[in-house]
Ligand binder design. Structure first.
Ligand code: PHE
Length: 343
């Protein structure tokens, strides 16, 4: 028995020392140890010379040895596979890469980027702020003191842990933050997601995206506002589109207006999209209320400014003739993959 043990140990040492370095050597290893006339078979044959009382123990030892040899061979073969495929890759670097499917931008991002780039050309830079706001930045500073009835114009989501916190209902709160920095003149646009507690339908959602704009300097007038928005509309929708302003009310602007564009679908003839009026509303705007400027420590006798705000979903629906707002947040690939080209 002891001799058998010694023999097995010796074989193990030999096997571990034999490091086949190519396919032929690996095959030679297999034949030498595992082949039909291989070493394993030979020692198995020795069993008949073992004394009957030792047969059981010897059988166990040989089985273990068989298992050991087969395992060793399998490991060598597997390593070898890896090595060969690595060397093969190294050898042919001209093979084409794996074709990854290319995604596309979300239509809201495409339109938002286009809006930003148009205002960029007019010297507006992008400003961003938090989506969870405090009451002061979202309302009070914008001339909507507590209990002001105009707060009901925007159904607000409040944060239950702190009644002073809310999900911003517009990105005008970012304009307040920028005005507070006190660097003038100020020419910014504020893109971002906003939240309102509205019932979800084809025309309304509880979250959507806005781009709001603000220009504050000396001698800014309503004419500047009109010209800026006219430029925007022409760049966005083409030079055939007409604009019109209707008087409106926002607590943070005075005077205030809503701006319509002539309907892109029917060209002003009257259709379902424009509800037979020939006009579609796209944004709210006005001259910044002096109280808002004062709330941000800006001298309203020296500085004036205009502001405007638009919903990106609305502009996207008009640009691509999408009829249901919900499609933008459902993430159905069949819808999303149609928007592969920039506008
Ligand atoms: N903040 C307004 C809204 O969300 C839009 C607006 C911005 C109107 C600036 C006037 C001036 O509805």
């Amino acid at each position: 028995m002891e001799q058998l043990l010694l023999q097995i140990d010796q074989h193990k040492t030999d096997m571990n020392a034999a490091k086949p370095s190519n396919k032929e050597e690996l095959e030679a290893f297999r034949i030498k140890y595992l082949g039909t006339k291989g070493l394993l078979k030979t020692i198995m044959g020795e069993m008949k010379h073992v004394a009957p009382e030792n047969k059981k123990e010897a059988g166990q030892l040989l089985n273990e040895f068989k298992f050991y040899t087969e395992n060793l061979y399998a490991t060598l073969a597997a390593n070898f596979e890896e090595q060969t495929s690595e060397t093969m890759q190294e050898m042919d670097r001209s093979l084409p890469g794996n074709p990854w499917p290319v995604g596309s931008r979300h239509p809201i991002s495409i339109v938002q980027n286009k809006i930003i780039s148009i205002f960029h050309r007019l010297g507006f830079s992008v400003a961003e702020g938090p989506e969870i706001e405090d009451d002061w930045h979202n309302f009070t500073a914008l001339n909507l003191p507590e209990n002001h009835p105009a707060r009901d114009m925007q159904d607000t989501f409040y944060i239950s842990q702190n009644p002073d916190w809310l999900l911003r209902t517009h990105t005008s709160s970012v304009q307040i933050r920028e005005m507070q920095k006190g660097v003038l003149p100020l020419r910014i646009i504020c893109p971002g997601r906003v939240y309102r507690n509205e019932t979800i339908s084809a025309r309304a959602h509880c979250f959507f995206n806005q781009v709001e704009g603000l220009y504050i300097a000396e001698n800014v007038s309503f004419a500047d506002l009109k010209q800026t928005l006219y430029f925007f509309v022409q760049e966005m929708f083409g030079d055939k589109v007409k604009i019109r302003f209707r008087p409106s009310y926002f607590p943070f602007t005075e005077p205030s207006a809503e701006m319509d564009i002539s309907c892109l679908i029917c060209g002003g003839e009257g259709c379902n999209v424009c509800k037979k009026t020939g006009w579609v509303e796209i944004l709210g705007c006005g001259m910044v209320h002096p109280k808002v400027l004062e709330n941000c420590n800006i001298d309203s006798s020296k500085y004036t400014g205009f502001a405007f705000g638009m919903g990106v979903e609305r502009i996207t629906m008009l640009s691509y003739q999408v009829k249901d707002l919900r499609l933008f947040s459902e993430n159905d690939v069949r819808f999303l993959k149609q928007f592969t080209t920039a506008l």
